[in-house]
Ligand binder design. Structure first.
Ligand SMILES: [Zn+2]
Length: 324
């Protein structure tokens, strides 16, 4: 607000331009008013902005970059012809005073007292960047032979330290050097795989066509193979064998029709005989139609059928009827 006082253009009645010259001199004040109150000590009060993040030593609080203070600015020295200014300001959170000054050599501000800098500067050496050779060093390398020798020795030492790592990397690279062979190996492997897949697909398609299946086939497993082997249907005889067997049976058969009641021919008839004997044993009467137990109806029985149509099925009954 101090500046605004200077903009007051009121000239009082006793103002004499020849005597006073200006309003400032009439008021006996500095054009910068309050800001210049310590001018006798060489201090001017200015607005100072924090150039980077700091921690206050008094309250240990973090003060961010850009916080503004009313600071006392004072010239403390020179860097060549550039003046070095020092700024003194009170922390806005405590009673501690922070002092900073310019550093023209590095185009930076340095903290003199009352705070600590939060280090956020990029350090090339810390980050393992290749450092540029300084101008002074370059000059020395060109003129000082002894320095050049020592410098070269240090460089060779660095090389010796890095050499094992480098050779390791080279060995690792050489393993991949013959890329043609590696590539062909890989391609051959893929080709074999592809061929196997194709063969399997063809086999599947053939099976599907044979069984007229439209469902997709899952890959065959060892269990499936074992189960299929157990389920496999084995015919004992071939077609020719079966034919031969039938033929011999026909040949060995009697040419004449069997006598009624007497079953003499073929394997089946022998079985029937056995069964009829059993039924005869069970029944008190020996009826010729006892074979009807088996549900087999014969010609001689059919002739008697009109008497009782259930003859064939219910033999015991028929036998009883006939007995009297
Ligand atoms: Zn503080």
């Amino acid at each position: 607000m101090g500046e605004r006082k200077g903009t007051n253009k009121y000239y009082p009645p006793d103002f004499n331009p020849e005597k006073h010259g200006s309003l400032n001199r009439y008021h006996n004040s500095h054009p910068l008013r309050e800001r210049a109150r310590k001018l006798s000590q060489g201090i001017l009060i200015i607005r100072f902005e924090m150039p980077y993040n700091i921690w206050c030593d008094g309250c240990k609080n973090h003060i961010g970059m850009g916080v503004r203070y009313n600071a006392e600015k004072k010239k403390v020295g020179n860097y060549y012809t550039t003046p070095i200014y020092r700024f003194r300001m009170k922390c806005h959170l405590c009673i501690n005073y922070i002092e900073m000054q310019t550093d023209p050599a590095n185009c930076d501000y340095v903290i003199v007292s009352g705070a600590q800098r939060k280090e956020e500067r990029w350090d090339m050496e810390d980050n393992e960047q290749v450092l540029t050779t300084e101008h002074e060093k370059k000059q020395k390398l060109e003129t000082d032979a002894m320095f050049r020798l020592e410098h070269g020795e240090a460089d060779r030492g660095t090389l010796r330290k890095a050499l094992p790592t480098l050779s390791h990397i080279q060995e690792a690279q050489s393993a991949w050097k013959d890329d043609f062979a590696l590539n062909s190996l890989l391609r051959r492997k893929f080709r074999e795989k592809k061929k196997a897949i194709q063969e399997e697909e063809e086999r599947d398609q053939a099976l599907q066509a044979k069984a007229s299946l439209s469902i997709p086939l899952v890959p065959e497993t060892e269990d499936d193979r074992r189960l299929a082997a157990l389920l496999k249907f084995h015919t004992l005889d071939s077609y020719e064998d079966k034919q031969k067997l039938k033929r011999t049976e026909i040949i060995s058969r009697s040419w004449f029709p069997a006598a009624p009641g007497a079953c003499t021919h073929s394997k089946a008839s022998s079985v029937l005989r056995k069964l009829s004997q059993q039924s005869r044993r069970a029944l008190p009467t020996s009826s010729p139609i006892s074979v009807g137990d088996l549900g087999i109806v014969r010609r001689n029985q059919t002739r008697e059928a009109p008497e009782s149509p259930q003859d064939a099925t219910e033999t015991p009954k028929a036998g009883e009827l006939r007995a009297p």
